[in-house]
Design a protein around this ligand. Structure first.
Ligand SMILES: [Zn+2]
Ligand SMILES: [Zn+2]
Length: 369
């Protein structure tokens, strides 16, 4: 069938909007019609070549929609089901999966970066008949796509599909990092660097965990109001002020937990110096593969501090996303506040450029027809 898709062909060039040919789902796969796809900061990083991916590919990894058709052997979903597409498809059998860490599954990592279905092939071809790859199993910037069953998380039919899209990336990454990986406790002091979709969810999760003080740090003054609305007790504009002495003073020696979501090595250096003894710095923002941050390591030893990398909030997509759906239904996630606006497929390059200029102050979501 013919589909509409935003294809990433070259880095730093934006997307090429194309009509592609999509093959039907094979064994263990489903055809999904997307309703909404969020534009994540990692999508911008992809277009800049920060994350090595094979091209050309249909990017977008934060999407939800309705199952149209299933291939042989599919049991988890059926036509008509509403689903969020997770960007990890845990194999269940690699050493990481056996440790309960399907979010860093090594069994399906080659397909994750290679842009294929689990059998190593793609279902998409362009007008010239050339193969176009799948972005992280999700291929969210297309109106229809094929997804491996293991990536599909059913959501209730009365659950808003725009919220379901956020269940693919920014909600589990933000909430999982705070509640699972960092395991923030009531009264812990927490700071969040970088208030994109993930940072805003992390802020909200920390608020629900009764973090105090809860400090938001961002380069954009325009994000102050949103941060306070989501529950921050303080906002520091780090394009104007050095947050380190302010945080040291406010917390009498540094914060217990920092969630670094900006992916800027300079932010990581700031965050490092704002950490109290026994504090934990969770590195969630993705930097360019060759970027480094100069950090004196004795500071870690004398104070027993830790830097921990976090991918996908250390969640089990199958077990944790349904729990986040329940929290979202209660209203505690404030997803309609986190979503700043909607765009059409044709506007995707404009949204990418606005994100690069840091003009977006919340999640922007593509609404499909
Ligand atoms: Zn993302
Ligand atoms: Zn695995």
């Amino acid at each position: 069938m013919k589909i509409k898709a935003a294809v990433l062909r070259e880095i730093n060039k934006g997307y090429s909007l194309e009509e592609l040919e999509l093959d039907p789902p094979k064994e263990g796969e489903a055809l999904v019609k997307y309703a909404y796809t969020g534009f994540c900061h990692s999508d911008l990083s992809n277009t800049k070549g920060f994350i090595t991916m094979k091209l050309p590919m249909v990017a977008g990894h934060e999407a939800a929609g309705v199952v149209v058709e299933v291939g042989p052997g599919v049991t988890r979903v059926k036509p008509g089901d509403h689903v969020a597409s997770a960007w990890m498809c845990p194999c269940g059998d690699c050493p990481e999966c056996r440790k309960g860490l399907g979010n860093i599954c090594s069994g399906t990592f080659p397909q994750f970066v290679g842009g294929t279905m689990l059998d190593g092939t793609s279902r998409m071809r362009d007008a010239k008949g050339e193969v176009v790859l799948h972005g992280n199993f999700v291929s969210g910037f297309s109106d229809y796509t094929v997804v491996p069953e293991g990536s599909l998380i059913p959501v209730p039919k009365d659950f808003p599909l725009q919220w379901a899209a956020l269940m693919s990336c920014c909600v589990p990454t933000g909430w999982g990092t705070v509640t699972k990986l960092a395991n923030v406790q009531p009264g812990d002091s927490v700071a969040v660097w970088g208030l994109g979709g993930v940072g805003q969810n992390a802020l909200r999760a920390a608020k629900m965990r009764q973090a105090n003080p809860l400090i938001a740090v961002d380069l954009e003054e325009a994000r102050r109001e949103k941060a306070m609305k989501l529950g921050a007790t303080h906002f520091i504009n780090n394009s104007k002020e050095d947050p380190v002495p302010i945080i040291q003073e406010l917390t009498k020696g540094g914060v217990d937990v920092i969630i670094e979501c900006s992916g800027d090595p300079g932010a990581t250096v700031q965050a490092y110096w704002a950490l109290r003894p026994s504090g934990k710095l969770m590195q969630v923002g993705i930097m360019g593969e060759h970027e480094v941050a100069a950090l004196p390591l004795t500071v870690l030893v004398f104070g027993q501090r830790a830097i921990i990398g976090g991918l996908y909030g250390s969640i089990s997509t199958k077990d944790d996303i349904p729990k986040y759906v329940e929290i979202a239904k209660s209203g505690d996630m404030m997803l309609d506040t986190i979503i700043e606006g909607y765009f059409t497929f044709e506007e995707i390059n404009e949204i990418r450029e606005k994100m690069e200029r840091r003009e977006l102050n919340g999640r922007w979501v593509c609404k499909w027809d």
